[in-house]
Design a protein around this ligand. Structure first.
Ligand SMILES: *Cc1c(COP(=O)(O)O)cnc(C)c1O
Length: 406
């Protein structure tokens, strides 16, 4: 992989027409270690956030020894780079054949459920393979409520009484049991984990079973940008969320229970930025070579504002407008789809033009993992960059992306 000091150097050297992912392995390692240092339990990286081989192997180098996986392709991706790493199969709804593969071929011994039919599927395989259930930890996923950019409890999780029933049922079968939850991604309210811990406490007390572990899921927020015309939103820092989480864990009586977290976004967001090119400027519209069907769908669905930096093409000798005037441009994506328009503008100097580049920062989570081949566009060019996005010249603007669906 070619190496550059920053994205501007990469853009000027390569003059890329295709989007270019700028990978920062040192940032990834530092953010992974920061999380592991702060969290008082096992850190299992959520592979779906960004399952690129170079990400998984860098995380393994940083000392991550557990991974949250959801599919055979993810089992294989982890096994390929970290042969002895532990895998936690935390998807609550699974194909029977995938459960078999997990237990038999990959030796997975940690699994999540939120319904008795999943217990039946699991037990069928456990008996067929003659595995002692006491070697398997089954987490019951409980519902949670709260504020996150992405809510997940509408889809998964057992209600409290149902969870009690599942825990007792699993204990009767001889499994080790745990409770897990996932509060959604990019939480905005530090009370979110406390509400989930309170439910977990209620369920534990009613079930009357010994808990082998408590898994607090993911949801830890990453830092993004904001609309320059509005006040920056007040976001709790990871340090604040962690110290609050630690005291809530004490307060709800889980201090002696082995803990697991499954962070994704907060570990990998800062590790990548993306260089996009302005294919055409048409008045106050910019047509760029990426969009919601490639790297930008997460920011679109999650109403996340991404920080952006202008990289002018020095080959453009004459420009119109005032370079100190920062104005909004409507941004259209690369595909022919009429939905592929970011509803919030990029704020850029008035002088931006066809052929210029824009570096979009903190794009490592749910970007490359969500790329499609729609319309034949599939960004897949990587370079290594040594300077963190937030260092060097400040981004001239902030890219604001908001879903059109609202
Ligand atoms: C997606 C997911 C995660 C990671 O969530 P982040 O918000 O990216 O930290 C963790 N656990 C489960 C079960 C998930 O589905």
């Amino acid at each position: 992989m070619q190496r550059f000091e920053n994205a501007r150097e990469a853009a000027l050297a390569l003059r890329p027409d295709d989007p270019v992912y700028c990978f920062r392995p040192d940032v990834l390692k530092a953010d992974a270690r920061r999380f592991m240092d702060m969290f008082p339990g096992k850190t299992a990286y959520a592979v779906k956030t960004n399952g690129e081989r170079l990400v998984l192997s860098t995380l393994a180098e940083a000392g991550i020894t557990a991974f949250d996986v959801a599919s055979p392709a993810e089992f294989e991706a982890v096994r390929a780079v970290a042969p002895v790493a532990e895998m936690l199969y935390m998807h609550p709804v699974k194909a029977q054949s995938d459960i078999r593969l997990a237990l038999e071929t990959y030796g997975i011994r940690v699994i999540a459920v939120d319904h008795e039919d999943e217990v039946t599927k699991l037990t069928r395989i456990v008996q067929a393979l003659d595995i002692d259930p006491g070697q398997i930890t089954v987490f019951v996923r409980i519902q949670t409520r709260g504020h996150a950019a992405y809510e997940l409890s509408k889809k998964f999780g057992a209600g409290p009484a149902h969870a009690v029933d599942l825990l007792r049922r699993l204990a009767r079968h001889g499994y080790r049991v745990g409770i897990c939850f996932h509060v959604g991604s990019q939480i905005e309210d530090p009370d979110t984990y406390e509400r989930a811990l309170a439910s977990a406490d209620w369920v534990r007390n009613r079930a009357g079973v010994e808990l082998a572990a408590l898994d607090v899921g993911g949801g830890f927020p990453a830092e993004y940008g904001h609309d320059p015309n509005r006040k920056a939103p007040e976001m709790p820092s990871l340090g604040q969320i962690m110290s609050r989480l630690r005291s809530d864990i004490e307060e709800w009586g889980f201090a002696d229970t082995p803990l697991v977290a499954e962070p994704g976004r907060v570990v990998v967001a800062r590790a990548f930025s993306l260089i996009v090119r302005v294919l055409l400027r048409k008045g106050r519209r910019l047509y760029i070579n990426d969009g919601i069907w490639a790297s930008l769908s997460d920011s679109w669905t999650g109403k996340i504002t991404l920080p952006a930096r202008f990289i002018p093409d020095p080959a453009i000798r004459s420009r119109n407008g005032d370079k100190n005037s920062i104005v909004p441009f409507k941004v259209c994506g690369a595909t022919c789809d009429s939905v592929d328009i970011l509803s919030r503008p990029f704020w850029l100097p008035e002088t931006v033009d066809t052929g210029d580049w824009i570096e979009i920062g903190h794009i490592g989570a749910y970007s490359l993992s969500l790329r499609t081949r729609f319309n034949g566009f599939f960004p897949d060019t990587f370079v290594e960059v040594t300077t963190p996005f937030d260092e060097g010249t400040a981004p001239e603007s902030f890219a604001s992306l908001e879903t059109m669906a609202d």
